[in-house]
Design a protein around this ligand. Structure first.
Ligand SMILES: Nc1ncnc2c1ncn2[C@@H]1O[C@H](COP(=O)(O)OP(=O)(O)O)[C@@H](O)[C@H]1O
Ligand SMILES: Nc1ccn([C@H]2C[C@H](O)[C@@H](COP(=O)(O)OP(=O)(O)O)O2)c(=O)n1
Length: 230
């Protein structure tokens, strides 16, 4: 049997729009299940950062996809479940979350060659004992054979409020109406692009978290995948 035909590690996919809680929920799920974690958005953000730092032209798709292929990135899990992200050895955690990076990330994510360049890198995260994969197309494109697929959503207003609170807590200046506008623009771009648009995967468990706490969302997902703490 070829290596690729071997039984693959289980995957739980968590897709959804910005601020729906994917990152937070995925981190808790990965810790609870003792699985690896893939923050696929970070790969698009890192590519965006490479575009900004190297002043690449947004229309130069071959230079941008080369930057995506060549990313020298290390994800370092921390004791609290957070991940440090090092690009060329530099901790870029704060830069990744800047509004400018977010807007550029959704632009580079619409380039088919960039998505192709990041595909193999994402699949490599699938290792035993299992993987929680957070993004937009985890259940539809990257891990279509995942056992359990979740699609998280929440109203744009709630998502902007959450993002605002999160940025202020991190000491990053933020304006809520500007955040709402950029969330709506990004949603539109992510949903209407021709490659891997943001849509729930077939059979996904769709959760609107607008009126749910983080713990309630986590519990609903653990129930869905049939996990019970011993
Ligand atoms: N159900 C929830 N209720 C309240 N706050 C939440 C909920 N889910 C996530 N948050 C908070 O919202 C912010 C954005 O969540 P995050 O996980 O970064 O979203 P995403 O990865 O989908 O962009 C975080 O500060 C997080 O703690
Ligand atoms: N699997 C993925 C993950 C992210 N993207 C794109 C879409 C988003 O606009 C950017 C950034 O994603 P990220 O998940 O980090 O953003 P949010 O935390 O949801 O605001 O990358 C994607 O197209 N496919």
């Amino acid at each position: 049997m070829a290596v690729n035909d071997a039984i693959q590690a289980p995957v739980v996919t968590v897709d959804g729009p910005s601020g729906s809680g994917k990152g937070t929920i995925s981190q808790i799920l990965a810790t609870t299940l003792n699985y690896h974690l893939l923050d696929s958005g970070a790969l698009y953000r890192l590519t965006a950062l490479a575009v900004i730092k190297n002043k690449l032209d947004i229309n130069d798709t071959s230079a941008i996809s080369k930057a995506a292929l060549d990313l020298d990135v290390v994800f370092e899990p921390q004791a609290d479940g957070e991940q440090r992200v090092l690009l060329n050895g530099e901790d870029v955690g704060v830069q990744l979350r800047l509004d400018e990076t977010s807007a550029m990330a959704s632009k580079v994510a619409a380039i088919p060659e960039v998505r192709e360049a990041l595909l193999i890198r994402q699949k490599q995260f699938r290792q035993t004992p299992g993987l929680v994969a957070d993004g937009r197309d985890m259940g539809t494109v990257v891990f279509p054979d995942a056992e359990h697929k979740v699609f998280l959503t929440a109203s744009p207003e709630i998502r902007a409020e959450r993002r605002h609170k999160q940025l202020i807590e991190k000491g990053v200046d933020a304006n809520i109406s500007h955040l709402l506008k950029s969330i709506i623009e990004r949603d539109e771009r992510d949903r209407t692009r021709t490659v891997a648009p943001l849509v729930p995967a077939e059979g996904a468990f769709v959760i609107d978290s607008s009126d749910l706490t983080i713990d309630e969302v986590v519990q609903q997902i653990l129930d869905f995948i049939g996990f019970s703490e011993q």
